[in-house]
Design a protein around this ligand. Structure first.
Ligand code: PLP
Length: 378
């Protein structure tokens, strides 16, 4: 990335030499991103990240559809980068939103999704794998069924790209969203794969960048970093996945053995190698998050902290969990560079933390959540 910040700082849209050097970085990255998902480079459109790619797919399909009274079929466990544009489009009266539930394991059933699809469906949108539970969805089956019915199919692959092999030559998605920072690239770059012939209207309009599909000067340095991250992820995909899943298993087994009252949320069979989502009886996830943070360990709860109120994860609620159980859940997400030694340390620190939390806030009579012992610094 550095040469495109320090030396080749031209605008990739400019014709002069500085511009051409930056343009080359963008086009090389396009090839690298395409190679990761076995796509034609000409079908890759750079965006500012996964959110913009999902917004383009949803709003672009709504604007381009020629169906009367169209609907969008999506699922209750999508990221808000998909759910909110769908809700917005419905609020503006542009589409009817049809939201498909998932089962207790966090998986959407093919038949449940398809029963909502009809001649007025402008788009079906299903994520490859969920970002909170890591549960992999039946994307291949639903994409094939959508192709058969002539319905466009969008896939949010933000969490999955670089972790599982994705092959758009085999899986008939119409569009697929990716984000650089989910595969060790920089923040601020992403891409939408758009199969040739997919009807879509641009969401950002202005200049003619990205062949008129996404206006705005490309972030050449971030895109160069995204491209290299995709190349490394492609070359090391299997090795990384094996390493991550063995660390994830070590973490999971370690915690389940050392701490009582812990359950794994989501399917153990269909999941990404790097995520585990655990539910701790009688302890708030937020307390665990803040207690681990003090030790320099980063986890997440999947809940949004707004004005002091903790919203439980919409994904865990969609799986049928109670508010208390959802609020007692923590997502552990592993990355490149994590080691077995670190995993063992996390298990040790967490074991001690959970027992302290349970001691200082004994479970109220009749069950229910304990109060958070750690407060977010203001
Ligand atoms: N989709 C999924 C499944 C995600 O996990 C995320 C980010 O966490 C996004 C979309 C949004 O991507 P970005 O952060 O690049 O905007």
């Amino acid at each position: 990335m550095l040469p495109y910040l320090e030396t080749h700082f031209g605008n990739p849209g400019s014709v002069h030499g500085f511009g051409r050097a930056a343009r080359k970085a963008v086009e090389d990255a396009r090839d690298q991103v395409a190679a990761l998902i076995n796509a034609d480079s000409r079908d890759i459109y750079f965006t500012s990240g996964g959110t913009e790619a999902d917004n383009l797919a949803v709003f672009g399909a709504v604007a381009a559809t020629d169906k009367n009274s169209p609907n969008i079929v999506t699922t209750a466990i999508e990221h808000h980068a998909v759910l909110h544009p769908v809700e917005q489009a419905a609020k503006r009266g542009l589409v009817e939103a049809r939201v498909v539930p998932c089962n207790a394991e966090g998986r959407v059933a093919v038949d449940d999704a398809l029963q909502h699809v009809d001649l007025r469906t402008a788009l079906v949108s299903l994520m490859y794998a969920n970002n909170e539970t890591g549960v992999v969805q039946p994307v291949e089956d639903i994409a094939a069924q959508c192709l058969e019915r002539g319905v466009p199919f969008h896939c949010d692959a933000v969490q999955c790209a670089g972790k599982l092999a994705i092959d758009v030559a085999r899986v008939p998605v119409s569009s697929l969203a990716m984000s650089a920072h989910k595969l060790n690239g920089p923040k601020g770059a992403g891409a939408l794969y758009l199969r040739k012939g997919t009807a879509i209207e641009p969401h950002l309009v202005g200049g003619a960048q990205e062949r008129g599909r996404r206006a705005g000067t490309e972030n050449a340095a971030a895109i160069a970093g995204f491209g290299m991250a995709c190349e490394l992820a492609r070359l090391e995909l299997e090795e990384r996945a094996n390493n991550l899943s063995s660390l994830r298993d070590r973490l999971e087994h370690g915690i389940l053995q050392a701490v009582a009252g812990v359950l794994v949320n989501g399917s153990a069979e269909h999941r990404l190698p790097h995520i585990t989502n655990l539910r701790f009886d009688g302890v708030e996830g937020e307390s665990i998050l803040l207690g681990l943070d003090v030790e320099g360990i980063a986890v997440s709860t999947g809940s949004a902290c707004t004005a002091g109120s903790l919203d439980p994860s919409h994904v865990l609620l969609a799986m049928g969990m109670s508010h208390e159980a959802a609020q007692g859940s923590v997502r552990f997400s592993l990355g490149l560079g994590n080691t077995a030694g670190e995993i063992d340390e996390v298990v040790r620190i967490l074991t001690d933390l959970v027992s302290r939390l349970r001691e200082v806030a004994p479970l109220p009579a009749g069950g229910g959540p304990r109060t958070a012992q750690f407060r977010r610094p203001t």
